[in-house]
Design a protein around this ligand. Structure first.
Ligand SMILES: [Fe+2]
Length: 292
């Protein structure tokens, strides 16, 4: 299994050759990490206080930012530090959008920019319950925002000012993981999707697909044997590098690292080159029925 595709994207805005764009989309859709070793979001010296003072609200694991409303969540910062934080998050969200539209033009029309996150704490030593522990292999799924078969594309930057790497673990192909856990996943209770909407637990209808993806996320994290025995590889991302992945498809675990910026995109499944590798189609093939 090939886990990673390296693309030597030069900094700047120069057009990317069509062959590189095609290869990038093909690698992502095959469940690989797209790694841009020389390409990074530049952090000006004026943002240094964001990397040396406590900026998180108590209980938060990251600062999040909505590019559409320009609101920040999860921070206790005030004054100039808050202004710098808002500015950095906004600039990073724009950097991520430009990077994806430059490298993956085929996705341009189906892309929705969701939350931007800044994770300033060391992952390795953080103590969290198993369901929130991203050091355990998992795929991403959203409890309150059903995506109904569309895709979760994420762009990550290691912005560690001390030059420390980020260590990730990448698991076996999605089809293998889905085949391992799907037989034990029961359908949701009748009308539960309506109840979830009426109680504002979800923002839209939680489909059978969303239900399975949430169950997969939990089963993977909870299963100690899977965590210890599943085929995997470890990848170190150096400081000042960027990587992307369909995190609804790639089993991943963030094992070590501090100071990461992350942009989430939702992508219309119809924009993919090859829908057959998308989790929706893999699960429908395994389940033998429509899931949305
Ligand atoms: Fe994740």
């Amino acid at each position: 299994m090939k886990y990673i595709e390296v693309v030597d994207l030069p900094p700047g805005q120069s057009p990317v050759v069509a062959e590189t764009c095609y290869r990038s989309a093909e690698a992502l859709e095959a469940g690989q990490i797209l790694f841009l070793p020389r390409y990074a979001f530049s952090v000006p010296g004026s943002y240094q206080p964001l990397f040396s003072s406590p900026i998180l609200q108590r209980g938060s694991k990251s600062v999040s930012y909505s590019p559409s409303t320009r609101k920040l969540y999860g921070t206790a910062s005030k004054g100039q530090t808050l202004s710098s934080l808002e500015e950095m998050m906004g600039r990073f969200a724009n950097f991520a959008q430009k990077t994806v539209t430059r490298l993956l033009p085929i996705y341009r029309t189906g892309l929705v920019r969701a939350r931007t996150s800044f994770r300033p704490i060391e992952i390795e030593t953080r103590s969290v319950p198993w369901r929130k522990d991203d050091r355990r292999l998992h795929i991403d799924a959203f409890p309150s925002s059903p995506i109904q078969g569309n895709r979760i594309l994420r762009l990550f930057c290691n912005v560690n000012p001390a030059g420390q790497t980020h260590l990730w673990r990448i698991g076996e192909p999605f089809e293998q993981t889905a085949g391992r856990f799907l037989p034990s996943i029961k359908p949701p209770f009748p009308f539960s999707s309506v109840a979830l909407m009426l109680t504002s637990t979800t923002k839209s209808r939680r489909t059978f697909y969303d239900h399975i993806m949430l169950c997969l996320h939990d089963r993977m994290k909870r299963d100690q044997r899977y965590q210890e025995e599943a085929e995997r590889a470890e990848i170190e991302f150096p400081a000042s590098s960027t990587w992307l992945a369909f995190t609804d498809q790639v089993p991943h675990a963030a094992m070590r690292g501090q100071y990461q910026l992350e942009q989430t995109f939702l992508l219309d499944i119809n924009r993919l080159h090859d829908q057959s590798t998308a989790p929706l189609h893999v699960l429908e093939k395994l389940a033998g029925r429509k899931l949305v």
